[in-house]
Design a protein around this ligand. Structure first.
Ligand code: ZN
Ligand code: ZN
Length: 152
């Protein structure tokens, strides 16, 4: 029987969801999926410089789970650089704490708490907003996680 994996926490959605080497057509590239939890491991340990214990607390997982996660993520980043694949971010057994909204009209990006409803861009007033967590299929599920935690 498959063990149910505990959900990991990703602070907020990545600003980009796909990356590719310059000058090569997408159709010629092999794909390389990077899970959202692997992205978060790279962000915490390698971008923000946290040690494994701190980063594990951030993601609400054990330190040994974090160490395995970052190892796998680094392997993929190396494959991306060396093999020149199309890397895209998806999936992962996660929920977000926060969300990022991007205005389609002026490009302004801003952070909000997950589940907060914003209908207009604070810069230009446009209602044409892109919900990045929603793009990864998240939103209500993340809010439900927070609410069920608060009740305990
Ligand atoms: Zn705007
Ligand atoms: Zn969610």
């Amino acid at each position: 029987m498959a063990r149910i994996k505990k959900q990991r926490i990703v602070d907020s959605p990545p600003l980009f969801s796909a990356y590719k080497p310059a000058g090569i057509m997408r159709s010629e590239l092999r794909q390389l999926p990077l899970a959202l939890d692997e992205y978060e491991a790279i962000r915490l340990a390698d971008y923000q410089g946290m040690d494994h214990a701190e980063a594990a607390v951030e993601m609400e997982i054990s330190r040994s789970t974090f160490s395995r996660l970052i190892e796998e993520a680094r392997k993929k980043m190396a494959q991306f650089l060396i093999e020149g694949r199309e890397l895209y971010i998806e999936g992962g057994n996660i929920h977000f704490r926060g969300n990022v909204i991007r205005c389609r009209i002026c490009g302004h990006m801003f952070n909000i708490k997950i589940g907060t409803v914003v209908s207009n861009c604070p810069e230009c007033g446009s209602p044409e907003l892109l919900n990045l967590a929603g793009g990864f299929g998240h939103g209500l599920c993340c809010v439900n996680r927070i609410n069920s935690k608060e009740k305990v």
